[in-house]
Design a protein around this ligand. Structure first.
Ligand SMILES: [Fe+2]
Ligand SMILES: [Fe+2]
Length: 271
């Protein structure tokens, strides 16, 4: 069994200190085997924000892996943004923006979906290059077959069940098809500051999405589940959704996801 905490969109620079302290306390009491952070550590990629994110990570008792989010490259310093977009991320968070993790139970491949530029007004949207899909596929195939496989990115792989038109990561269809070929059971992402879980269609054409309880969901190698985390610590909340993170248990080739919500004084399971 592996216990994983999936946190996202911490947004240092605009956090609630009580929630940050509460999250640190909960994670250090719970001691998951691994913490996965799916991007947006900062608001504006300022050094002071990165320093806070670095201090938060240094205070965690569990090992962690991470990907950057669109807020983690500077919106102000365009030369830096174009030439060395992930310099600060690499200095304060991690030198690798696409880490791979495996033990004898789970195999995790991370994809950096952040783009420094886009041919549209909104540069915050994410995209996966074809070469990134090919590399992720190679990395997934290199993992031993018996591992439960997880892919992590910042931008969502599936839209919310209540908004099918919502923007998802560019080339999600190609990426999901590749993940399916490799037997991925779970994708994890953030960015929308809303938590939800839904099965990826075509994994099981007869799957009834309404059977996914938004408080907890179960994925298997045969049935790929796309899981989104809310914002763990930011005051930038959307849709009246409180701060949230996901508790994931991987056991016997399946993952069970439970959403943990901040109620103002502590964390509790979503209804
Ligand atoms: Fe965010
Ligand atoms: Fe984001």
């Amino acid at each position: 069994m592996r216990r994983i905490a999936h946190i996202s969109d911490l947004h240092f620079g605009r956090t609630d200190p009580a929630v940050v302290a509460g999250l640190t306390e909960e994670l250090n009491r719970d001691r998951p085997d691994l913490i996965i952070a799916s991007g947006d550590f900062t608001m504006r990629a300022r050094q002071v924000e990165y320093a806070e994110a670095q201090a938060f990570l240094a205070g965690l008792a569990s090992p962690w892996i991470a990907v950057p989010g669109n807020h983690d490259i500077s919106p102000y310093h365009l030369v830096q943004r174009f030439l060395r977009p992930f310099d600060r991320y690499k200095r304060y968070i991690a030198s690798d923006t696409e880490p791979v993790f495996s033990d004898d139970e789970v195999g995790i491949v991370c994809i950096n979906t952040v783009r420094r530029w886009a041919p549209e007004r909104d540069w915050s949207q994410g995209k996966i290059h074809r070469w990134q899909i090919a590399r992720a596929e190679l990395r997934l195939r290199a993992l031993p077959n018996h591992l439960f496989k997880i892919v992590v990115g910042h931008h969502p792989f599936m839209p919310p069940p209540w908004d099918e038109e919502a923007r998802i990561v560019g080339r999600a269809d190609l990426a999901l098809a590749a993940f399916r070929r490799c037997g991925v059971g779970l994708t994890l992402a953030g960015h929308l500051h809303r938590h939800y879980s839904r099965f990826v269609e075509a994994a099981d054409p007869g799957a009834d999405r309404s059977t996914v309880d938004q408080g907890s969901a179960r994925a298997t190698e045969q049935r790929m589940l796309a899981v989104q985390a809310g914002s763990a610590t930011s005051t930038r909340l959307r849709g009246n959704e409180p701060n949230a993170y996901n508790r994931i248990v991987v056991e016997n080739g399946a993952a069970t996801v439970t959403v943990r919500l901040w109620d103002g004084g502590g964390w509790r399971d979503a209804a």
